[in-house]
Structures are given as C-alpha cells and as structure tokens.
Ligand binder design. Structure first.
Ligand SMILES: NC(=O)c1ccc[n+]([C@@H]2O[C@H](COP(=O)([O-])OP(=O)(O)OC[C@H]3O[C@@H](n4cnc5c(N)ncnc54)[C@H](O)[C@@H]3O)[C@@H](O)[C@H]2O)c1
Length: 266
C-alpha cells in the first residue's frame, strides 16, 4: 500500500522484537503511510532483539516498558507525547507471552503463578495502557487502538494453553473499554485475529507448525502474513474506519468461516 492515509497522525507501537514481529511490519507500514510514532518493548526484549535498528530506520525513539508495570506505561505516554508533539492518534498492542507455554506445561497442569503472568502480560497490559491513557487524557479525539489476538479465544487449539484464556480476556477488554472510550471521545478499539504467523511468539508454541499448516490448507486465501496484517492495521488506524469499534476482526484468509474444505481433486 502506498497511500499516505496516516499523514499527520501520532502513534505508539508496542511489541516489535525483530523483523519477524508483526509490530515491526506495522511500524514500517505506518511510516510508509505518513505517520510518526514511538516504539516500546520490555527492557530485556530491547537488549535481545533488534528494535533499535527499527527505530533508526523509522527515525524514532524506543521507550523501554514492561507492559505489566503502570509506571513504565505512564512514561511511555508522557515521553511519546513530548517527542511526537501532541496527543496520540493510534496504538498497536502486539504483546503476548505465556511462561506456561514457554515451559511446555499442558493446559491440565498449569502453574498458577505463571498463569497470572500470562494474563498480566498478554491481556491486562491492554487494560493498563487504556486506563493510563484515560487518566492522562493522552488520546486525541477519534484515536484508534488495535490489539492482536488469535482464534483460540473462541475455539479450542490444543497446545495454545493459557494463552487462549488470555486472548479471550483481551477481546473482552477491547469490547468493554471500547464502549467507555467511544462515549468519552470517539476513540475506537478493535482486535485483529491474525493467522498463525512465524514470529518468535508464534514459533514458541510447540504445536505451531500444525496450527500453521492446518490453517494454510483450510483457508481459501491461505494464511495471512505479517505484512498483510500490518496493512490491515494501518487501515484500522486511519479515518476510513472511523465507525468501526469494539469488534474482533478476523484477518485469516477466511479460516474462521470454514466448516470443511474440499481438496483440489474433489
Ligand atoms: N505469531 C502468531 O501466530 C500470532 C497469531 C495471532 C496473534 N498473534 C499476536 O500478535 C502479537 C505479537 O506477537 P508476534 O507474533 O509478532 O511475536 P513477537 O514475539 O515478535 O512479539 C511479541 C512481543 O511481546 C513482547 N512482550 C513480551 N512480554 C512483554 C512485557 N512484559 N512487556 C512488554 N512487551 C512484552 C515481546 O518482547 C515481543 O516483542 C501477540 O499478541 C501475539 O499473541 C500472533
């Protein structure tokens, strides 16, 4: 896409780790669409990943923040508003991590400390971002927020573990905060339910390859890649979708509507 549909808009992009990250592609697409934005990630991810390279490429700054820490998030907003010169028009929440999945714990044997962490990092972080922005009055009128999610919020994908519960909570926060923000100043909040995508978080799931291949074979358009997801996010940040809010939007090549698929020979 080569449209400058985000010209004049200021954003914050959470969750770019390396060039496989969906957030990385969103940053590149947002720059192409004329936006200015800051980047944020957890301090450890900044050290281990290559986000600084992305910041140089996008001529911006990286603001370290553990997305579970409210003081860190506050800093992201105050520094972003100062650096970008005004209130925030769009936010990408591309944050997810489950210690249970990382440690290969099956759903029937979850560690509850880990489970709390999964929910805090992958779902409550969205509520914290939205609540802090609310209290700071950090969002411009008709801002647009997008959070990334997965269809395991609605259907069972064995191996996705407690991330399924985190995504269901995330989508609920999108709906509920979407109501309050819509009433407050017209801010829109939507989630994008993306195809399995070979990123660090995606590939960290033991069953990832099976998810990927199953969805690839079932979807009439095949799996959506990170770049096309980024294009969709850009449209959602733009004024062209100004009446779309509180939705969970499937960006999955049609996978979510499939009952069964016919093989090419049939
Ligand atoms: N890859 C997929 O198959 C897929 C499919 C649907 C949805 N998603 C979602 O897309 C989003 C982005 O993931 P991705 O696939 O691009 O992988 P990724 O690994 O590139 O991104 C995940 C990000 O979360 C960040 N993060 C983890 N803990 C954090 C913390 N405490 N504070 C701040 N940031 C933290 C990581 O540093 C990383 O940048 C996630 O919400 C993920 O669940 C991914």
């Amino acid at each position: 896409m080569n449209l400058s549909i985000l010209e004049g808009k200021r954003g914050i992009i959470f969750g770019a780790l390396d060039e496989k990250s969906i957030a990385w592609q969103v940053a590149l697409a947002a720059q192409k669409a004329g936006a200015i934005f800051t980047l944020s990630n957890a301090p450890v991810a900044i050290r281990m990943g290559s986000i600084k390279q992305l910041a140089t490429q996008c001529n911006t700054i990286v603001i370290p923040a553990d997305a579970t820490n409210t003081e860190d998030i506050k800093k992201v907003f105050t520094e972003s508003i100062e650096y970008l010169g005004g209130k925030i028009d769009f936010i990408l929440h591309a944050i997810g991590m489950s210690p249970n999945v990382r440690k290969h714990r099956p759903y029937t044997e979850l560690d509850y400390e880990y489970f709390h962490k999964t929910l805090d990092i992958s779902a409550l972080s969205l509520h914290k971002i939205l609540q802090i922005a609310w209290n700071l009055d950090a969002l411009s009128s008709q801002a647009s927020i997008v959070a990334l999610t997965f269809i395991a919020a609605q259907r069972v994908f064995p191996g996705y573990g407690d991330m399924s519960d985190a995504k269901a909570t995330l989508e609920s926060i999108v709906r509920n905060f979407g109501y309050y923000y819509g009433k407050k100043n017209g801010t829109r909040i939507n989630s994008v339910s993306q195809s399995p995508t070979p990123t660090t978080a995606g590939s960290g799931i033991d069953a990832f390859l099976r998810f990927y291949e199953y969805a690839q074979e079932s979807s009439p358009l095949g799996n959506a890649d990170a770049q096309s997801c980024a294009d969709f996010c850009i449209v959602l940040f733009s004024d062209y979708t100004r009446m779309v809010t509180m939705q969970n939007l499937f960006h999955d090549g049609g996978f979510s509507q499939i009952g069964m698929t016919i093989l090419p020979s049939e």
